[in-house]
Design a protein. Structure first.
Length: 311
């Protein structure tokens, strides 16, 4: 069966078109990402602006067209932090259904964490082995930590801080002042205080743009390659080294010196890395394995049949 999943996040919209076998093996056909910034201003205003809605609708229309051209049998779309928080979320969801013909399931933080975990660990499981795993997902509006054994989840923590939200809340200018950084660190430490310390047998896996961008920087990729990034191991020392370089640069300098950073991510990457560093310190780990998978893969595995719309 060929399925399309669309992850409508606070900063990015990701689409996966994949063939799924009867035993749950996912074979990607097309993977797309657009930095749409749906969550711009949502933390302060609790609303999606008309301009943002129009822009995001255009991106979703483009994704639907690609899905149809590749003969996908169904579209499954989910929204996360920005849609959870926006008071006019139903208006946005209704507009998408009326104009594009598919629904959007707005996930709770716990549902998002579990589906992200299932998607992320799917590439690291083999045979009957059931390793202890934890998945850290640093999004634009929230950060989730999910702990489990093999494909089974045992603990979920969803926090109300992400790279876009933190950048808008402080705000973190480019480059940020030492005082702004200290405020951001204090806020993140309060949030991550809910995270447990991981056992030494637990492998930490990181998903989303902050960790994949860091991996691309460390590998020095000229062009992003999913298969090279996934599985790359980042040490805390290396992450801190990159952070210390980036925090002194403005967005133009970042993109000049680090071409792996996209224009729509340059203004929030410092916040994302700060959340990553403080999370790793609280979890008591000195490294993290990068996964290019995540929620959109978990959505494929779960299926969410009530949201499937024939294309």
């Amino acid at each position: 069966m060929r399925l399309t999943t669309i992850d409508i996040g606070t900063n990015t919209i990701l689409m996966l078109i994949a063939d799924v076998s009867a035993d749950g093996v996912i074979s990607p056909v097309r993977d797309e990402l657009i930095i749409a910034r749906l969550g711009r201003g949502v933390d302060a205003e609790r609303r999606i602006t008309a301009e943002t809605s129009t822009r995001v609708l255009s991106h979703l229309r483009q994704f639907k067209s690609i899905s149809e051209s590749l003969n996908s049998e169904a579209i499954i779309a989910c929204g996360t932090s920005a849609l959870r928080d926006a008071a006019n979320r139903q208006e946005f969801v209704d507009t998408v259904r009326q104009e594009l013909g598919f629904g959007i399931s707005i996930l709770s933080g716990e549902e998002e964490a579990e589906l992200t975990y299932r998607g992320a660990v799917s590439e690291f499981l083999s045979g009957d082995a059931e390793p202890r795993l934890a998945v850290l997902d640093i999004g634009g509006g929230s950060t989730e930590l999910t702990i489990g054994v093999g494909a089974s989840v045992s603990q979920r923590v969803s926090t109300d801080v992400g790279s876009v939200r933190l950048t808008e809340r402080i705000p973190l200018a480019s480059p940020p002042s030492p005082a702004a950084l200290e405020r951001a660190i204090s806020e993140v430490r309060i949030t991550t205080s809910r995270f447990p310390r991981l056992t030494t047998q637990t492998r930490l896996i990181g998903v989303a743009g902050t960790v994949t961008t860091l991996a691309a920087i460390e590998i020095n990729l000229e062009r992003y390659e999913r298969t090279i990034v996934s599985g790359h191991f980042l040490t805390l020392v290396s992450i801190e080294h990159i952070f210390n370089q980036l925090k002194t640069l403005n967005t133009s300098e970042m993109m000049r010196d680090f071409p792996q950073i996209e224009s729509g991510r340059a203004d929030i990457i410092v916040a994302g890395i700060l959340i990553l560093i403080e999370s790793m310190r609280k979890l008591g780990v000195d490294g993290i394995t990068v996964s290019d998978r995540g929620l959109r893969y978990g959505m494929v595995l779960r299926g969410i049949p009530e949201q499937q719309t024939r294309t």
